[in-house]
Structures are given as structure tokens and as C-alpha cells.
Design a protein around this ligand. Structure first.
Ligand code: PLP
Length: 377
């Protein structure tokens, strides 16, 4: 937030900022989805819907999830939410009570910590190893589990590191959850944006559905961040409790956005492939380019649209304390906005979003290179 505020102030003062901070697609929402939203308005589809979301939308969510991952959910186990963040918020409020522990691997998406604490829970963090590509293993989860463990929040592909959890580890983690009577909350925000292997949902594992809550999102997959549509797929009693929370807070997502979401889920999927191909092209440009910069090391993201380079040796050489200081200086001196790893519970890394044009990527990377060269002189 601090970097974003400084970037905004500099931009208003007329500075030419390259923004690698944004966590959202630079593509417009595909045409057929926009048209469905416009048609909904024209048809006066502008009234309340069911608090769980329209039945037609929940059927579409279940059908899409079945087609993509081989799961079998029914609309009674599905709630349409105001974005994936809202699915995580609702699920956490429903599942977590005072004193419960929730296992959260680092680096984590910022929201998890706050929503767990808001529910009265306590985060138990697991530090994944940069040298091992930030891989999360079941053994790490097992070590963190206690009799108070209520849930484990997993984000694969991960924001910010781009790492994915292997199917074998998901299997073992789900088994641990079943044995402990805990839940795996699986944040599938970037599931369709995976560069290697086949997109996977933990909910597709045999016997997993009783202990898995899926938090899904249309935001990144269909370039629909502002429409605010996500969903929870959960055991029926958990889904019903989520509907209660939702019913007394936001009621339901916008009726117009729900219609657009149906078009996204049931319509042609080739826009997703086209966007993924473009993200891959950018990733394959950005990572080698970052690796050429002396003092900087970078793993290859397996999903999502972020590079997460290690800048710790530049910090050491220049005597900077942390990456917050690094990102503030990068912004002031070279006018490039990136996110410091402290925001994700980590250290020594910065997050660069490549959800921006090739031209901006080239400009920004030149500036980062100049910044690094200035530090190591
Ligand atoms: N999960 C992760 C890891 C994210 O990065 C985001 C958005 O940045 C979300 C969930 C939520 O997205 P939305 O609420 O727009 O669906």
C-alpha cells in the first residue's frame, strides 16, 4: 500500500512511472462476457438474486470445475461470492473461531493473515525455501499441525512465488487434514494460469471433498477483476453457513456480474488460452532478462503472472535493511513500482507483475538493471 501510494503521488506530480505492482490482468474482459453483462442490464436483470447466487450460475460454476478438474459438486455445495477474496473471507469466518490455528505457508497472499485474525484465529506460518523453489511439502504441514489446527490455506500456483504444490503433496496434505478433522482451504485464483503440467484441484482427490473448501475466482482467469465474481465449493453444511454470512452482509454478488460470469464459464474458453500464451511469452522474456542482472537471482514461476527475484545480495552490498527500503528507493530513483517481500511475510525478494505490455516490461527491466548497477558499484 505504501509503495502504491508513493507511486500514485509521483505519477500525479507528472513522473513517468513503470508500474509492476498491479496484481491484475492488463487485458480487457473478453467481448462475449461484456455483452452478457450489457444484455443483462438491457433485459432489466437488475433485481435481487438468491443469496447463494443464481442457481444457473452455481450450475455453471460446478460444470466448469468438473470440466477443468474432474470434480463433482452440486449447486447446494456452491456459493457465488463477491470475488475470490470474499470466498476466503466467508470460509474463514465460518470455519475459524477464537484460539483456532490456521497454517499459512510463506510467502502468503496478504489477505490470509488478516482474515484469519479477524475471525479470532492464529496463523501458524511455514517458511518455504527459496533455494527449493518455495516448494510446500506435506512434511512441513505435518510439523506445524497441532490439536488446535482448524485449517491450512494453500495457494497453488502461488502469489507471489509462482510455485505449485505437487499432486503427491496435495494428496498427503488432504490426508493430514482428514486425519486431524481440519480443512484445506485451497485458493485456486491462478489455477488456470499454469505454465507446466495440467491444472489441478485438491477437491478432485478421492475422499477430499469432506475436508476441502475451494476458493475460486473469475478475476484473473477471465480478466474480470472489477466485476467481482468468485465462488466457494464446500461440504454442504459449510456452504450453507457461508450463505448465512453472505446473506447478512452483501446479500449476493451483482446480478449483472452474475450473468456475465455465466457467459465466462459456459462460453468459449479460448480467450483464457490466448491470455495464458501471452503471459508465458512475457515470463519467458522477463526471467532470463532478470537473471542477466548481476546480484539478482530468479526462479522460473510455474504459474500466475509474477516474477519473484531474490535481491538479498544487492541488499547486502548496498547496506539496505530490507526490501521495503529497496522498493522505495527503486521507485524514487528509477520510477519503477514493485512489491517488497515483507508484504508476503517473506524477505529478500521483490514481486514484479508481468501482467503488463512487453514495451513496459522492457522499459522497467532496463531501469531495474540501472538501479542494480548503481547499487553494486
Ligand atoms: N487469491 C490470490 C492469491 C490473489 O492474488 C487474489 C487477487 O489478487 C485473490 C485471491 C482474489 O481475487 P478476487 O477477489 O479478485 O477474486
Amino acid at each position: 500500500m505504501r509503495v502504491a501510494a508513493t507511486a500514485e503521488a509521483l505519477r500525479r506530480a507528472g513522473e513517468d512511472i513503470v508500474d509492476f505492482g498491479a496484481g491484475e490482468p492488463d487485458f480487457p474482459t473478453p467481448g462475449h462476457i461484456k455483452e452478457a453483462g450489457i444484455a443483462a442490464i438491457e433485459a432489466n436483470f437488475t433485481k435481487y438474486t438468491s443469496p447463494a447466487g443464481m442457481l444457473e450460475l452455481r450450475e455453471a460454476i460446478c460444470a466448469r470445475h468438473a470440466a477443468d478438474y474432474g470434480t463433482r459438486y452440486t449447486p447446494a455445495e456452491c456459493v457465488a461470492t463477491v470475488g475470490g477474496k470474499h470466498a476466503i473471507f466467508n470460509a474463514t469466518q465460518v470455519l475459524v473461531s477464537d484460539g483456532d490455528e490456521v497454517i499459512v505457508p510463506i510467502p502468503y497472499w496478504v489477505t490470509y493473515k488478516d482474515v484469519v485474525e479477524y475471525a479470532g484465529g492464529r496463523c501458524v506460518f511455514i517458511r518455504t525455501d527459496p533455494g527449493d523453489g518455495f516448494t510446500l511439502t506435506a512434511a512441513m504441514v505435518q510439523l506445524a499441525m497441532t490439536s488446535k489446527t482448524r485449517a491450512i490455506i494453500i495457494n497453488s500456483p502461488n502469489n507471489p512465488s509462482g510455485s505449485i504444490v505437487s499432486i503427491e503433496n496435495f494428496e498427503k496434505i488432504v490426508k493430514l487434514a482428514v486425519d486431524h478433522g481440519a480443512y484445506v482451504i485451497t485458493d485456486e485464483c491462478y489455477c488456470r494460469l499454469q505454465y507446466e503440467g495440467v491444472p489441478f484441484s485438491a477437491a478432485s482427490l478421492p475422499g477430499a471433498k469432506t475436508n476441502v473448501v475451494v476458493a475460486g475466482s473469475l478475476s484473473k482467469t477471465y480478466a474480470m477483476t472489477g466485476w467481482r465474481i468468485g465462488y466457494a465449493l464446500a461440504p454442504q453444511p459449510v456452504a450453507s453457513a457461508i450463505v448465512k454470512v453472505q446473506s447478512q452482509s452483501v446479500s449476493h454478488p451483482s446480478s449483472v456480474a452474475q450473468k456475465a460470469a455465466i457467459a465466462a464459464l459456459l462460453g468459449p474458453q479460448d480467450p483464457v488460452d490466448t491470455m495464458l500464451a501471452e503471459y508465458r511469452r512475457r515470463r519467458d522474456f522477463v526471467i532470463p532478462r532478470l537473471r542477466e542482472i548481476p546480484g539478482l537471482a530468479c526462479g522460473m514461476p510455474q504459474g500466475a503472472f509474477y516474477a519473484y527475484p531474490d535481491v538479498s545480495s544487492l541488499l547486502r552490498e548496498s547496506g539496505m535493511e530490507n526490501t521495503l527500503e529497496f522498493t522505495e528507493r527503486l521507485l524514487r530513483e528509477q520510477k519503477v513500482a514493485v512489491v517488497p517481500s515483507e508484504a508476503f511475510g517473506g524477505s529478500g525478494h521483490i514481486r514484479i507483475s508481468f501482467a503488463t505490455s512487453m514495451g513496459e516490461l522492457e522499459r522497467g527491466l532496463d531501469r531495474i538493471q540501472a538501479f542494480a548497477a548503481g547499487l553494486s558499484r
